[in-house]
Ligand binder design. Structure first.
Ligand code: SAH
Length: 364
C-alpha cells in the first residue's frame, strides 16, 4: 500500500467516504505524496508523453500564436506571458525561441509560471535558464497579480483539476463516493444528494436512472478567474487538452502508469489520474466574464492551420537523416487523427475589442 493510500483510507474511515473530486485532488496534489509532487511523470521513461515533449513544433507554433496575439493587442511594452502547469518547461522554452522572431516580443514578456510542484519548478528553471527571459514562479493564478495585459497558455492543465461524479438513482441524483468496498479495496459507491441540485446541467435533466455524469466546478472557476483578469487587463488565452466539445453523459476518469491504463485505485499518488475536459463548460465560464471564445477545434486542425507543414519542412532542411525521422514521428504524434490530433482540442479566448486570434481570423 502506498503512503497516500493509508492516508486516504484513514480519511474514508473518519468520514464514511470521500467524493471523487476529493480523491482525485489527494492523488495528484497532496502536498507530500501527490503524484505531481514527487514523481517524474513525463517522457519516455515516465507515465505519459505530452505534445511539447513529443515535438518542438508544438511549442514553436504556440509561440507564433502568442507573438501574433501580442501584436494584435498593440504590442504592449510589458505583458505577462503566463503558463498554467508547465510540466518540464519544454513548451515555454520552445515558445520563447519561436516568439523571438517577432521583434520586441521577448523584451516585453514577463514570464509567469503557475506551478505547485517544487520538483517540476526545478526542471522548468533548468529548461529555461538559457532563454534570458525574466521569469517568476507562482503557486496559483491568483498569486500572479494583475494590471498588465496577459497571454495565458495551458496544455494538459485542466485535465488534472478534479471532477465530481454524480449518479442518477431512482431517488434522484447522488454523489459518487470513494469508499472501502466489500473485499477491503477502494471502490465507488453512491453517497448523499449533491450539495447543489441546481448545479446539475440542463442537458442531464432527462437522463435515466443508472446514468453517471462528470462535472468540474473547479475547472469552470479556474477558467472564470483567468477570463476575469483578461477581460479587465486585456489579453488572450489558449487552453489545450484532451476532451470533448459537447457535454454528455458518462465518466472519463482515467489512470495511467508507464503508458498503460490502470484502475484509478492503482497505487494512489504514484499513478497519473485525469479526466476529459468539457470545453463547453470552460467556454461558457469564460464568456460569462466577457471573453469571446473561438473553437474548440481539434488539435490537428489547429496546428495545421498554424503552419505545421511549413515548419516541419523548414526544420527538415537542416536535419540529419535520424533527426528527419524524429521530426516526422513528432509531427504525427501531435497532429495525426489517430494520435493526439483529434482527441485533443484547442479553445482560444480574447478580451473585448480584440480581433479573432490566429488561426480563426478568416471566420471572424
Ligand atoms: N503542460 C505540461 C505538463 C502537463 S501535466 C506539458 O504539456 O507537458 C500538469 C501540470 O500541471 C504539472 O506541471 C503539474 O504539476 C501542474 N499542476 C497540476 N495541478 C496544478 C494546480 N492546481 N496549480 C498549478 N499547477 C498544477
Amino acid at each position: 500500500m502506498t503512503p497516500l493510500e493509508a492516508i486516504i483510507r484513514r480519511r474514508i474511515g473518519e468520514e464514511g467516504g470521500i467524493t471523487v473530486a476529493e480523491y482525485m485532488e489527494l492523488c495528484l496534489a497532496h502536498p507530500e505524496h501527490g503524484y505531481y509532487m514527487h514523481a517524474q511523470p513525463f517522457g519516455r521513461e515516465g507515465d505519459f508523453i505530452t505534445a511539447p515533449e513529443a515535438s518542438q513544433m508544438f511549442g514553436e507554433l504556440l509561440g507564433v500564436w502568442a507573438a501574433s496575439g501580442w501584436r494584435a493587442m498593440g504590442a504592449p511594452a510589458e505583458f505577462d506571458l503566463i503558463e498554467l502547469g508547465p510540466g518540464r518547461g519544454a513548451l515555454m522554452r520552445d515558445m520563447l525561441r519561436a516568439g523571438a522572431v517577432m521583434p520586441g516580443f521577448t523584451e516585453a514578456a514577463r514570464v509567469r509560471m503557475v506551478e505547485t510542484s517544487p520538483s517540476l519548478r526545478e526542471e522548468q528553471r533548468r529548461a529555461l535558464a538559457a532563454t534570458g527571459a525574466e521569469i517568476t514562479w507562482h503557486d496559483d493564478f491568483a498569486a500572479v497579480g494583475q494590471g498588465r495585459p496577459a497571454i495565458v497558455i495551458a496544455n494538459e492543465f485542466f485535465d488534472a483539476l478534479p471532477v465530481h461524479h454524480y449518479q442518477r438513482t431512482e431517488e434522484g441524483w447522488r454523489r459518487r463516493m470513494v469508499v472501502i468496498g466489500e473485499n477491503d479495496e477502494l471502490a465507488f459507491a453512491p453517497g448523499g444528494p449533491p450539495a447543489d441540485e441546481a448545479g446539475i446541467p440542463q442537458w442531464a435533466a432527462e437522463l435515466p436512472p443508472g446514468s453517471i455524469i462528470e462535472l468540474s466546478p473547479r475547472r469552470a472557476e479556474y477558467a472564470a478567474h483567468v477570463a476575469r483578469r483578461l477581460s479587465g487587463d486585456g489579453g488572450a488565452f489558449l487552453f489545450i487538452d484532451y476532451g470533448h466539445a459537447v457535454p454528455g453523459p458518462g465518466e472519463t476518469l482515467q489512470a495511467v502508469s508507464r503508458h498503460r491504463r490502470v484502475s484509478p485505485f492503482h497505487r494512489p499518488g504514484e499513478t497519473d489520474i485525469t479526466a476529459h475536459v468539457d470545453f463547453h463548460a470552460l467556454a461558457v465560464a469564460a464568456e460569462r466574464q466577457g471573453m469571446t471564445c473561438w473553437g474548440p477545434v481539434e488539435q490537428g486542425a489547429f496546428l495545421n492551420a498554424m503552419g505545421l507543414a511549413a515548419r516541419h519542412e523548414m526544420l527538415r532542411r537542416k536535419a540529419t537523416a535520424r533527426q528527419k525521422i524524429m521530426l516526422k514521428r513528432g509531427m504525427e504524434r501531435i497532429a495525426a487523427p489517430d494520435q493526439m490530433g483529434r482527441l485533443f482540442k484547442v479553445l482560444a479566448g480574447v478580451s473585448p475589442g480584440l480581433p479573432a486570434p490566429a488561426p480563426f481570423e478568416e471566420q471572424g
